[in-house]
Design a protein around this ligand. Structure first.
Ligand code: HEM
Length: 141
């Protein structure tokens, strides 16, 4: 009994690895989490693309139905999110590929690559949607 509690005591004195709440969030931690979330979101986005292609192959009524749904404002919010998730995940993937070559492992460079990914994905999404919305405006007039 005394032996068992002595053992528990010695276990308690061992150094423990810091738990989650010890860390303050860094940009690279946040981007790692977001990379996984966007990867999961892309599964849903891919299903939407398949749905659109299947509708296009099925006939004009089905195609109009799907594009009509995706053209509503909730549909456009989903497509906007999908655009950002795709760009963010693809650029994040390129960041991982750079790290896979063994480059970019200093802390300032890790942070810089993360911010570049974030900035380019945001800029790319705005550019794509700016172009889409402007061309819709042009088509309507
Ligand atoms: C529809 C397309 C895609 C889907 C559904 C998808 C899905 C995912 C998911 C779910 C993960 C997370 C795995 C995990 O954390 O365990 C992941 C990781 C990854 N993805 Fe994608 N992905 C797609 C496109 C891409 C593209 C275009 C690239 C590169 C340009 C890419 C590069 C990567 C890389 C490098 C990882 C691993 C990151 C790591 O080491 O933690 N993915 N992907």
């Amino acid at each position: 009994m005394a032996e068992a509690s002595a053992k528990r005591g010695s276990q308690a004195e061992r150094p423990l690895s810091p738990h989650l709440q010890i860390y303050s969030m860094t940009i690279s931690m946040a981007m790692s989490i977001v990379h996984r979330i966007t990867g999961a979101a892309l599964y849903v986005g891919t299903l939407l693309v398949v749905w659109l292609l299947a509708a296009a192959a099925s006939g004009p009524e089905q195609f109009d139905f799907v594009t009509g749904l995706l053209g509503t404002w909730p549909g456009q919010i989903v497509l906007f999110g999908y655009t950002w998730a795709l760009l963010h995940h693809a650029l994040g993937g390129i960041r991982y590929f750079i790290w896979d070559t063994g480059r970019g492992y200093t802390i300032p460079m890790i942070d810089r690559l993360c911010w570049i990914t974030l900035a380019l994905s945001a800029a790319g999404t705005i550019l794509i949607w700016g172009y889409v919305l402007l061309s819709w405006g042009g088509a309507a007039s």
